[in-house]
Design a protein around this ligand. Structure first.
Ligand SMILES: Nc1ncnc2c1ncn2[C@@H]1O[C@H](COP(=O)(O)OP(=O)(O)OP(=O)(O)O)[C@@H](O)[C@H]1O
Length: 561
């Protein structure tokens, strides 16, 4: 049973701006070609708004927060703050008691009930049956806002419940659970899709489908159709024809492909969700996303530019953009694709304009031109990482990394671990070595078939696989609540990738540990990540089956010997 922690009831002054939805403004806002630069090469234009630049707590403040977390982990305050480290002798090494606790110490639950948020009784009943009794903070903020038919950018840390934050208001408006479900036959006759949900990976797409199916129940689960790549396309097209779903969830390529073939009718679609929107802005999705944005929620479907734009765009389409990380490119995309969008976070709802009033913005690493960014001002503090994570790094030689992973899993007595690597070949070798040492390990990466991927994922979720070795494929969205350890066996490329990888553990307020296993010359990268993310990443060692916080100098000395 989930303990519902009571949080301060937030009051959101979200006016009804529907009357302000001026059609001409919409035409301007959706003019795709003027906004093409939002698609960017990975790691180039999509570089993040660095969290520190978004007003994240200073190092001192963060340390205070970590202090609290550490106490929960039984770690002495002697180890902090950083400035005091040198004064402490070798006896300062403290045992990290990685107690396994079934409780959820920092569950981000809001004070409201789901019914208070304006959801229809049928849907609230269904939620109760599925064990969802209290909304999380981000759900409490997002649901009423979306119900007011506002376009939104939802930003909240990984594992805070963003999926239901957008699914619930959508299911309030369409399908058998909606407010006035007696009119539900309508879409079946029209054979029109009413909601399109786009996700960057098959796994995430399928996970969202399962979430919708769960809410719809067994008799109506065919009202959601997955359109992910790697699966049989003609079977998906047949299912669209036969089942007449109201919601489709898929990857950009497959949705665009079936839409181009004229087998997907989305012109009067009411909702377009872009989950992991910053990833969807990557250059490789550009063409497919272009097609989706041009067609979903568009009345006239001739696909011509220019004249159609003036008559074809539906002001009713709601655009919902979601991610734990919101780089500048997402803000720009939201301004182009959505209609007067609001930024929804765990305890706040604000217009993008009002967000722009606190001082000049600084976006380190972005290549946005100065004219567009000069209008921007500082966003409020943004947290992408769950609050209850402990971050460590361990230095070793390359050839000892897999063994360090094994020792780490044992030291923390981790039941369910995800280890990230950047290259598939090394990943396979690592699985082989772990299995040889008696650890139930499996690999998950893009070279595997869709069936193999879902089989492995199922085994991992069922606890049959203890260590899942994977690459960036699994960094986003993957929800395995039991995952108690994330290991970077190879370091992520930047702080955004670190945040999404780390976010596979510590979900919905649970405790979690993140360990980066690196080589001596990579320690500066860890330091950089620590600074950019505003977190503390402590050096550690695995001795006598325990994780010990250790002095960095000592650790480096032992590696260099
Ligand atoms: N109100 C709730 N009560 C109980 N559990 C919930 C509630 N809302 C969501 N959950 C559960 O919390 C977990 C995390 O939710 P979800 O995957 O939506 O997080 P997220 O914010 O989208 O994370 P990510 O950024 O990693 O995609 C899921 O297992 C989900 O079923």
């Amino acid at each position: 049973m989930m303990p519902a922690l009571t949080a301060t009831r937030s009051c959101f002054l979200v006016g009804n701006y529907l009357s302000l939805r001026i059609f001409s403004r919409l035409q301007k806002s959706v003019s795709f070609h003027t906004s093409l630069p939002v698609f960017s090469k990975v790691g180039h234009e999509t570089e993040p708004l660095m969290l520190t630049s978004l007003g994240l707590k200073s190092e001192t403040e963060t340390t205070t927060g970590n202090e609290k977390n550490r106490l929960q982990h039984g770690v002495s305050t002697l180890e902090f703050p950083k400035s005091k480290r040198k004064k402490v002798g070798s006896n300062r090494e403290k045992l990290v008691a990685a107690k396994k606790s079934p409780d959820i110490p920092a569950a981000p639950f809001a004070a409201q009930s789901f019914s208070e948020l304006g959801l229809p009784p049928l849907l609230v009943d269904r939620l109760e049956k599925e064990g969802f009794k209290v909304p999380t903070d981000v759900q409490a903020a997002a649901i009423p806002t979306i119900l007011k038919r506002r376009d939104v950018v939802i930003q909240s840390y990984t594992g805070s419940g963003k999926t239901l934050a957008y699914l619930l208001p959508i299911l309030s408006g369409i399908g058998p659970l909606k407010e006035d479900s007696s009119t539900f036959d309508e879409p079946k006759i029209k054979s029109e899709i009413e909601a399109v949900i786009v996700a960057p990976s098959r796994e995430l797409g399928m996970q969202i489908v399962r979430e919708v199916e769960k809410l719809l129940g067994p008799s109506d689960k065919k009202l959601v159709q997955q359109l992910v790549g790697g699966a049989n396309r003609s079977r998906q097209e047949d299912a669209l024809k036969k089942n007449k779903p109201v919601i489709v969830v898929g990857t950009p390529g497959r949705i665009a492909e079936i839409s181009t073939a004229g087998k997907l009718h989305t012109h009067s679609c009411r909702y377009l969700v872009l989950d992991e929107v910053d990833e969807l802005l990557a250059f490789n999705f550009r063409e497919d996303m272009h097609r989706i944005l041009e067609h979903v929620g568009r009345q006239s479907g001739t696909g011509q530019q220019g004249s159609n734009r003036s008559q074809g765009w539906q002001p009713e389409r709601q655009t919902i953009m979601v991610s734990a990380t919101v780089p500048f490119s997402v803000i720009r995309a939201a301004r182009s694709w959505a209609n007067d969008p609001l930024l929804v976070q765990a305890k706040s709802v604000a217009t993008l304009e009002s967000v722009s009033s606190a001082g000049p913005i600084n976006f380190p690493g972005t290549t946005s031109n100065s004219s567009s960014s000069s209008n921007y001002q500082k966003l409020p503090a943004v947290q992408s990482l769950p609050p209850n994570l402990q971050h460590y790094f361990f230095v070793t030689r390359k050839q000892h990394k897999v063994d360090a992973l094994r020792r780490c899993v044992h030291a923390l007595d981790a039941k369910s671990s995800i280890a990230f690597m950047n290259h598939t070949k090394q990943l396979k070798d690592a699985v082989y070595k772990l299995k040889a040492r008696g650890i139930k390990a499996a690999e998950l990466h893009g070279d595997l078939s869709k069936l193999a991927r879902s089989t492995i994922l199922k085994k991992f979720k069922d606890g049959e696989v203890r260590v899942l070795l994977t690459n960036e494929l699994s960094a986003r969205g993957l929800d395995v609540p039991e995952c108690d350890l994330v290991v970077n066996l190879e370091l992520p490329t930047d702080s955004v990738h670190y945040a999404h990888r780390a976010g596979r553990t510590g979900r919905l307020g649970r405790k979690g540990t993140v360990v980066s296993i690196c080589e001596d010359p990579e320690v500066y990268v860890v330091k950089k990540l620590q600074k950019q993310l505003g977190i503390l990443i402590q050096g550690c060692d695995f001795t006598e089956g325990k994780l010990l916080v250790t002095e960095e100098e000592k650790m480096l000395k032992s590696v260099r010997q």
